[in-house]
Design a protein around this ligand. Structure first.
Ligand SMILES: NC(=O)C1=CN([C@@H]2O[C@H](COP(=O)(O)OP(=O)(O)OC[C@H]3O[C@@H](n4cnc5c(N)ncnc54)[C@H](O)[C@@H]3O)[C@@H](O)[C@H]2O)C=CC1
Ligand SMILES: O=C(O)C(=O)COP(=O)(O)O
Length: 410
């Protein structure tokens, strides 16, 4: 049956920043959404607030910083889609308290990162970055000195999640020995083995590659102390987040030639756009492969991410489902049942559901179905009622103490 949303699809505004792939626009249009504003750039400050002040849905990638202050200035915002893996650029707690679920694409670009890292392992072990730089200057260094096969060498993976595991599998196919360190006990794939500590990994690996999220606990995870524990001449790869490595300490370790080379894709401060200047203490080292945060930037990954995150925003908009939201109670919902559906987001204080049910009962409103999930801070309840009672139901629902947001979906 045709679903009639209480707000027509052509009244809902989607703002997609940072050059999100056209597959996202295609998916939204195919579902009947017409108000889609796109921008190739990340926005900051007043420009960001101006762009999203009347948006119902917002799509970003890794650069747009959604602070509590910014989110508060987007009163209509119903959900955020991060068209990438990392969600550290969003104040997730603030979004949750404002009743805004945040979705991401947890694995659409993992293969792209894994392939790049694998290529970098080989490039670093062969000393290609410095040979390439020399040759661009007219030099010629045909020599086997400092150049090694990866077969039989040890790859140390820090963070054995979606990306780390794929790299482990691919590296073993090249004949590498794989060890990893993770704060969780993990199912090991292939012949990989989990070592007891970060120190043990650093002491045993010929190449260390980082695949942890940005968290308070991963800031400067690799600093001077950790670099000193790496084998002399070993290589470091970081395609996770810039804050994970102390760049000055890395520059120092490279200067002293304790570290043989590095491949760095992410930086503590990244240029705001392709027309901005890149500055880093690492630019002076020819044995460092520098890339502009393109680990996940392939045609395949971006097209898949566009479809995947757009589908999550569409499902939340059409149906209310929060499955796979990263900051919100996850409620899985059946498709449209021919009744009216009401959404209620509330502070998770005792008695909210009792209040809802008491109010509905007193108003003579029959609840056909009710779905509830809570986390420590917020609750999300979805209620299906007979369509003739939806107005009365909404006014009861919005009067419940602790309400953050309430609306009729259809
Ligand atoms: N350069 C790029 O373009 C891209 C970068 N990324 C970054 O890569 C990160 C990792 O991605 P996934 O593998 O998908 O994440 P994931 O969540 O699947 O895996 C992360 C792993 O790190 C582990 N971990 C967390 N803290 C740790 C610590 N202190 N020490 C050791 N292990 C720790 C977790 O237990 C988990 O197993 C993302 O959070 C994102 O920031 C992701 C995609 C593209
Ligand atoms: O997926 C991620 O977390 C990334 O870092 C990729 O970010 P991007 O979409 O290329 O800005």
């Amino acid at each position: 049956m045709t679903q009639r949303l209480s707000v027509a699809k052509d009244k809902l505004k989607f703002v997609l920043l940072e050059g999100i792939h056209a597959t996202a626009v295609d998916a939204l249009q195919a579902d009947g959404y017409t108000q889609i504003v796109t921008s190739p750039k990340a926005l900051t400050g007043d420009a960001l607030v101006e762009a999203i002040h009347d948006a119902h849905f917002l799509g970003i990638r890794s650069r747009t910083q959604l602070t509590a202050e910014v989110l508060q200035q987007a009163p209509k915002l119903a959900a955020v889609g991060c068209f990438c893996i990392g969600t550290n650029q969003v104040d997730l707690a603030a979004a949750m308290h404002l009743g805004i679920p945040v979705f991401n694409a947890p694995f659409s670009n993992t293969r792209s990162v894994a392939e790049l890292v694998l290529a970098e392992v080989i490039m670093l072990m062969r000393g290609i970055p410095q040979k390439n730089a020399l040759q661009h200057r007219g030099g010629w260094d045909k020599s086997a000195a400092g150049s090694y096969e990866v077969r039989g060498k040890t790859l140390g993976i820090v963070g054995y999640g979606h990306i780390g595991t794929q790299i482990g599998v691919l590296a073993e196919q090249l004949g590498m020995r794989v060890i990893f360190h993770d704060i969780e006990a993990k199912l090991t794939l292939g012949n990989a083995s989990q070592v007891a500590s970060l120190d043990e990994l650093l002491a045993g690996a010929d190449v260390v590659t980082l695949h942890v999220p940005e968290l308070p606990s991963t800031v400067n995870l690799i600093g001077a102390e950790q670099l000193a524990k790496m084998k002399p001449g070993a290589h470091l790869i970081n395609a996770s987040r810039g804050t994970v490595v102390d760049i000055d300490a890395l520059a120092d370790a490279l200067e002293r030639k304790h570290i043989g080379g590095a491949a760095i894709d992410v930086f503590p401060v990244e240029p705001k756009g392709n027309d901005a200047v890149f500055e880093s203490p690492l630019t002076r080292f020819e044995n460092v492969l520098l890339t502009p945060h393109i680990g996940g930037s392939t045609a395949e990954a971006q097209a898949n991410i566009g479809r995947e995150v757009a589908a999550k925003l569409i499902r939340y908009s059409n149906n209310g489902s929060t499955v796979s939201a990263v900051n919100f109670p996850e409620v899985a919902l059946p498709e449209h049942t021919g009744r009216s559906r009401l959404l209620h987001i509330h502070r998770n204080v005792p008695g909210v559901l009792a209040h809802v049910n008491e109010r509905f009962s007193q108003a003579g409103i029959n609840i056909a179905a009710q779905y509830l999930r809570t986390n420590d801070d917020v609750g999300y309840v979805v209620i299906d009622v007979d369509s003739t009672t939806s107005d009365a139901a909404l006014s009861q629902l919005c009067g419940v103490p602790g309400t953050i947001r309430c609306r009729v979906l259809y």
